[in-house]
Design a protein around this ligand. Structure first.
Ligand SMILES: *Cc1c(COP(=O)(O)O)cnc(C)c1O
Length: 399
């Protein structure tokens, strides 16, 4: 089958809820992926930061194979020998006290919403069904009805109502707006440390620190969605460390399995998690031994290969390279660690054309919100790889 045949099959038989670049991949290793015609590309999306450890990491593969041959699923009706060790290792790496394992990122977000509401009623004393959660404009937290209900992106929410009540939306990066929005019924503030899907939007310095203070002062649970920013992407294990704070609840997912398996988790510092009693929440696959074993190795790889530190160093180098590009249509170049973006003036006619040209040049990127290209390669990238990439990127983007 040729590229066109695969594309036709997808288009004919699949729902059209994505608009992928027309590249059909069948192999990956490290920062590289290959298409069905044998052409090689540098992956600058990393499956939205799910393959921070690089494609098909050999250590994670070994664990996946060994655990798959031993035991894959017990359900939480019984215990398994991987879950406790996974808890111990992720708590150690992220300085957390409690863990609730789920599968997708959206499920972790839903878990947090349930948990902070329950905490609000049981601990904070919010009257029944009055709990409010504050979120930010231009957020991205996933695709369930509740989550898209508090999105401000018309594409994400339009046509899907009615939605779950109980959310208040404030501008991102505005600590005064947070303070003003808090009422006695506010149970939590849910925010991304850097808004990824919105186009790598970095809040003003001190924002998270101030948000931390405000939440503490008003007895509001601070929830950081680090599903994209976490696990090394921004040059720290968790992006909260850039401002020296600790969230009460932290969400991780994506790179938690290095791209092998859907694994997410809610990490808790404050003992908010203790409000959940047996039977009140769960997931058939959440915390299964295969997921836990894979996640344990994915975390070990981040640690042993110093990928967090590499992300910081390579991110700085990549950003310097991008800043050399001369194009009057570029509005802003920004990034933290290996989460980088080039935003074009709306007059440039959209970022998609550049992504298609980069594809021709052997670099896979995806536009976010029409005018921005995100660069987020696997964290195993080297200086030489960046030099190779920057030659191509500047040739395309300077055009
Ligand atoms: C990807 C993402 C999610 C949703 O994760 P899924 O696994 O796709 O459900 C939630 N929050 C953020 C910040 C994300 O980047």
């Amino acid at each position: 089958m040729l590229t066109a045949d695969y594309i036709n099959l997808e288009d004919e038989l699949g729902a059209h809820n994505y608009k992928p670049l027309n590249v059909v991949l069948n192999k990956g290793a490290g920062i590289w992926v290959w298409d069905v015609e044998g052409k090689k590309y540098l992956d600058c999306l990393s499956a939205y930061s799910a393959v921070n450890q690089g494609h098909c990491h050999p250590e994670i593969l070994k664990t996946m194979q060994a655990q798959a041959a031993r035991l894959t699923l017990t359900s939480r009706a019984f215990r398994n020998d991987q879950l406790g060790l996974f808890y111990k290792e992720i708590c150690h790496l992220t300085n957390s006290h409690k863990v609730l394992p789920m599968n997708s990122g959206a499920e972790a977000v839903e878990t947090v919403i349930k948990t902070v509401r329950k905490w609000g009623y049981q601990v904070k004393g919010v009257p029944k069904d009055q709990a409010e959660i504050i979120v930010c404009a231009d957020n991205f937290h996933g695709r369930t009805i509740t989550i898209v209900g508090f999105s401000t992106d018309e594409n994400s929410r339009g046509g899907f109502g009615p939605f779950t009540p109980g959310f208040k939306i404030i501008p991102f990066g505005d600590a005064d707006a947070l303070e003003a929005a808090i009422s006695p019924n506010t149970v939590a503030f849910l925010v991304e440390p850097i808004q990824g899907e919105a186009g790598v939007i970095i809040p003003p310095p001190g924002y998270l620190k101030t948000a931390r203070e405000i939440c503490s002062r008003h007895n509001v649970v601070l929830v950081l969605d680090e599903i994209q920013t976490g696990l090394g992407r921004t040059g720290k294990m968790l992006a909260e460390e850039h401002e020296g704070i600790e969230a009460d609840l932290t969400l991780v997912g994506k790179a938690l399995s290095g791209g092998y398996y859907p694994v997410s988790a809610v990490l808790s510092n404050k003992e908010v998690m203790d409000v959940l009693q047996p039977g009140e929440h769960g997931s058939t696959f959440g915390g299964n031994p295969l997921a836990c074993a894979v996640a344990r190795t994915a975390l070990r790889v981040l640690d042993e290969e110093n990928l967090v530190e590499n992300a910081a160093r390579m991110g700085t180098y990549f950003l310097e390279g991008l800043r050399q590009i001369n194009n009057a249509q570029i509005k802003e170049i920004r990034g933290r660690g290996l989460m980088l973006a080039v935003e074009f003036d709306p007059a440039a006619g959209g970022a998609r054309q550049y992504c298609e040209q980069l594809q021709q040049a052997g670099i896979l990127c995806k536009e976010t919100h029409d005018h921005t290209i995100r660069f987020a390669p696997p964290l195993v990238i080297t200086r030489d790889d960046i030099d190779w990439a920057m030659e191509k990127i500047s040739a395309v983007l300077a055009g």
